[in-house]
Design a protein around this ligand. Sequence first.
Ligand code: B12
Ligand code: SF4
Ligand code: SF4
Length: 312
Amino acid sequence: MRQQIINFAKSLGFDLVGFSPSKIESKYLEAFDEWIEKGNEGEMSYMRKIEQRRDLTQILPGAKSVIVLALNYYREQEDVKEGEGKVARYAYGRDYHKIITKKLKMLVKFLEEIAPEHKHRAYVDTGPILERALAEQAGIGVIGKNACLITPEFGSWVFISEIITTLELAFEVAPSPFKIKTHPCGNCRKCIDACPTGAIIAPGVIDSRLCISYLTIENKDKIPPELAEIIRKTKRLYGCDICQEVCPHNGAREKITTHGELTMPKIAGSELNLDEVLAIKSSEDFLQKFAGSPVMRAKREGLARNAKVVKG
Ligand code: B12
Ligand code: SF4
Ligand code: SF4
């Protein structure tokens, strides 16, 4: 059955497929607890749904396994010109949540056909699930010091999604897919040194309150002046890829995405003109320009705030 699932998932366009037991190892739960205790989630109150993250049977009674899927989204980017701000790679075209949810629904339908007596529940990003922990447990990749899941095939440029199921598909945690005994980061600390705001406060741990991704996407408030000054220098208008751009695993492995749905149509693209962003005066105009794009999450006010910051 595992092979049937892999074949079908790949036919839907998923690049990597792995299986994890639904039980999450205590080292991840402890890391998560500590992260919350220190307030590293900032204002993302949805991250405080701790109990469901600890125990997937709270989401799906009888959950036994998790099918973890990864989809490569890498694309090349050039330096932005004067008057422009950078958009993180994941936000180039249509929102991946929609694209992947459609594929997950087809995979669930397939599971219902081959295992009608079982229950399955699909998630991509928005559920109270420790996706990187599950992906590591499924043997798809390894979590790096930049906190990202790094895969041997595509580096860290992958979206993670999963189907929680009552099927018994994995009895134990899979080994690392990197064919080495040590952690693939070794003594490297390029991401920690390159993070302009010092948001990687320990290997694998991000203080969201300092992270440009959080500050430009999730945060609804004013950006503190000292952080705004750093963002201005990095020209990051929406999201941040710096700790992935410097990672040697990415340099050696990145492959341009073959998923046309992620790049066609281009919506936000790789960069936006700051004056054009600031010229959007109503939510209707914002919707017209960015409908279907991840950029919608920041709302007109958030993107305009970022544009002012990058303009300086
Ligand atoms: C909240 C969130 C954010 C927050 C916080 C980020 C963070 N690192 O926690 C903010 C807004 C900053 C953010 C930014 C980004 N995000 Co985000 N985000 C999430 C979300 C919704 C939850 C992550 C979470 O649970 N964080 C809490 C921490 C504690 O968990 P964690 O990062 O998974 O860390 C685990 C391990 O690192 C490990 N661990 C950590 N420390 C230690 C220490 C020890 C000793 C041990 C043993 C283990 C360990 O245990 C942790 C818990 O399982 C996930 C989707 C999901 N449901 O999982 C997407 C997700 C992590 N984000 C994603 C992406 C793409 C990004 C950005 C690249 C977007 C961008 N370009 O701007 C950046 C990358 C920033 C970074 N370096 O992490 C992808 C990551 C894909 C990948 N290859 O890893 C995810 C999985 C979404 C998806 N479905 O694809 N994100
Ligand atoms: S996404 Fe940017 S700000 Fe956040 S940890 Fe990585 S390099 Fe630092
Ligand atoms: S930059 Fe170096 S330390 Fe950071 S995740 Fe990549 S290999 Fe690990």
